[in-house]
Design a protein around this ligand. Structure first.
Ligand SMILES: NC(=O)C1=CN([C@@H]2O[C@H](COP(=O)(O)OP(=O)(O)OC[C@H]3O[C@@H](n4cnc5c(N)ncnc54)[C@H](OP(=O)(O)O)[C@@H]3O)[C@@H](O)[C@H]2O)C=CC1
Ligand SMILES: O=C1O[C@H](COP(=O)(O)O)[C@@H](O)[C@H](O)[C@H]1O
Length: 518
């Protein structure tokens, strides 16, 4: 296997970026800041233009003022250099356009030709759809019918999640897109794949002699993936109530992280080879076939009123745009098996929920315990070794090992040794969207989901969703601010395991060796 360490240095070609949904939440919180960071770091060159598109009227000046506000609120860089800011915003224009009106697309095509000339762009087009999924098909058809795919450069379509509601709807959407774009022109976003530490999983695994030889069912007892959020459904109650945690986080982010942990080493670190290996994992997931099977392996929950910190919070059924009798899950935990040679018998426990006590994403790899021996076991149960990958908001890794307690006869002391990446001064990690926009602009689809990944993930999730539709009795409730329903703990207890504390909240007797200063 070879590592291409120069990928970062490959600049994208000049292109027009079309930002559909330019007045929306995602553009404001994530996409504008990502573009500014890329520009500030010299990763966009000067041969680019951004056209903001949405129905509501905006002048170019108003659009640039929205841009300014967004960057000052959400970007890791501030717009405090007037000269740089003025150069940056020159590249931005706004056009009011209704997706359903093909005439608007013809006007957009004419505008694009002007922008090509003004910024010396060779006809490349990147269409970013920050829109409701029901508009993905219509936009594609109108891009074609409005002549936007006739320019002489490349054409790429970047689409936001969710990619469908289930397998049939995802297939339908994919068929629509395929009428206009080839698979290699479609970049399906899963923003977790743009996170630094998710990308780091393969380096930690494949670049360390400590780990890869042990990375199998001979040495690993279980893997735990936690994605906990403190937020509720915020302004997205209407969407979320139809989706729920399994579709919103499980089908995409959680299964993607699982594939990164479980995949075989690809023969080359090339996008298609990596995605081939990820697909094999998804194909090996043990599908749950009956309601009983689902009940035994998957727990779902919904938050009721409670407290996070000192803040009193309403229950899910009291949230805006949520059905007061909703049975939508805001939490799920599952025991998942990857039925292949490497992972036979190793449970992957995954859990995610809203209104949990802390915001954190962590992967814990628990190694099998050493056999108890005469020297230590009479007085001590040895704690298992752990490798913990901290994805966000803290970024880093730590390992937990056993060592001799200094000055004792043979007392054993757990020690956690941590590399806290986000504590390093000067490491201003790029946001996931920066990395992904930059990759799409360079035509690198490694960290985007290919259609076969999406479809296998839906197959797995649809079986669970189907069982839940038939059997509503297993919805458990948990107070906002707690770690979810008790049943989720029992899922592991049955196997002799427990959820490891996340967020660095280790037991008191552990010695920490860390660069974070704690
Ligand atoms: N917000 C987030 O944190 C996340 C969002 N996503 C996904 O990103 C996408 C966008 O989300 P978000 O920004 O929150 O949504 P918003 O509802 O905030 O924005 C939707 C945008 O679409 C535009 N729009 C709606 N209808 C039309 C139309 N007929 N013609 C032209 N423009 C139209 C709206 O502008 P106008 O009304 O002016 O036309 C607005 O700019 C969704 O697929 C969502 O699932 C994914 C992950 C996180
Ligand atoms: O895709 C989504 O992700 C966010 C969580 O993302 P993070 O980067 O903040 O961890 C989640 O809140 C949202 O419901 C979901 O649609």
């Amino acid at each position: 296997m070879t590592y291409n360490t120069n990928v970062e240095s490959i600049s994208p070609d000049g292109a027009v970026y079309y930002l559909f949904g330019a007045t929306g939440d995602l553009a404001r919180r994530k996409l504008f800041p990502a573009l500014f960071s890329l520009y500030k770091e010299g990763k966009l060159s000067e041969n680019f233009a951004v056209v903001g598109l949405a129905r509501r009227p905006r002048t170019n000046e108003q659009f640039r003022s929205d841009l300014y506000d967004s960057i000052n609120e959400f970007c890791r860089y501030k717009a405090d250099d007037a000269e740089l800011w003025s150069r940056f915003t020159e590249h931005f224009v706004y056009m009011s356009l209704d997706i359903n009106n093909v005439d608007g697309f013809r006007e957009l095509n004419a505008l694009s030709t002007e922008l090509d000339q003004k910024f010396d762009i060779p006809g490349n087009r990147l269409f970013y759809l920050a829109l409701a999924p029901s508009l993905f098909g219509p936009v594609s058809f109108n891009l074609r019918d409005g002549g936007l795919l006739e320019s002489k450069g490349w054409h790429r379509l970047v689409i936001e999640k969710p990619f469908g509601y289930d397998l049939p709807s995802a297939q339908k959407l994919n068929e629509q897109l395929n009428q206009v774009f080839k698979e290699e022109e479609i970049f399906r976003i899963d923003h977790y794949l743009g996170k630094e530490m998710v990308q780091n999983i393969q380096v930690i695994r494949f670049a360390n002699a400590f780990f890869e030889p042990l990375w199998n069912n001979n040495h690993i007892a279980n893997v735990q993936i936690t994605l906990s959020e403190t937020v509720g459904v915020e302004e997205r109650g209407g969407y979320y109530d139809k989706s729920g945690a399994l579709r919103d986080m499980g089908q995409n982010h959680m299964l993607q992280m699982l594939t990164m942990i479980a995949m075989e080493p690809p023969s080359r670190l090339h996008g298609e080879d990596i995605r081939d290996e990820k697909v094999k994992v998804l194909r090996s997931l043990r599908g749950y076939t009956s309601s009983d099977d689902v009940r035994e392996h998957v727990i779902r929950g919904q938050y009721t009123e409670g407290q996070v910190g000192s803040k009193e919070l309403p229950g899910y059924r009291q949230e805006d745009s949520v059905d007061p009798e909703s049975v939508t899950e805001t939490y799920f935990a599952a025991k998942v098996f990857v039925d292949n040679f490497r992972w036979a018998g190793v449970p992957f426990y995954i859990r995610t929920g809203k209104r949990m006590p802390v915001k954190t994403t962590e992967v814990v790899v628990e190694f099998k315990s050493m056999p108890n021996n005469v020297l230590f076991a009479q007085r001590h149960d040895l704690a298992p070794n752990l490798l913990v990958i901290r994805v966000n908001p803290m970024e880093g890794i730590y390992i937990k090992i056993n060592a001799k307690k200094p000055g004792s006869d043979n007392a054993v002391q757990p020690v956690s040794m941590e590399f806290c990446q986000s504590c390093q001064i000067g490491i201003n990690t790029p946001e996931a969207y920066e990395r992904l926009i930059h990759d799409a602009a360079r035509g690198d689809s490694t960290y985007f989901t290919r259609w076969d990944e999406v479809s296998h993930a839906w197959e797995f999730v649809d079986r669970i969703a189907q069982a839940w539709r038939e059997d509503k009795g297993d919805l458990a409730f948990y107070p906002a601010g707690s770690w979810g329903p008790e049943e989720a703990g029992k899922l592991l207890e049955k196997d002799g395991f427990h959820w490891w504390p996340v967020n660095g909240q280790e037991e008191d007797n552990v010695i920490w060796i860390t660069n974070s200063g704690k």
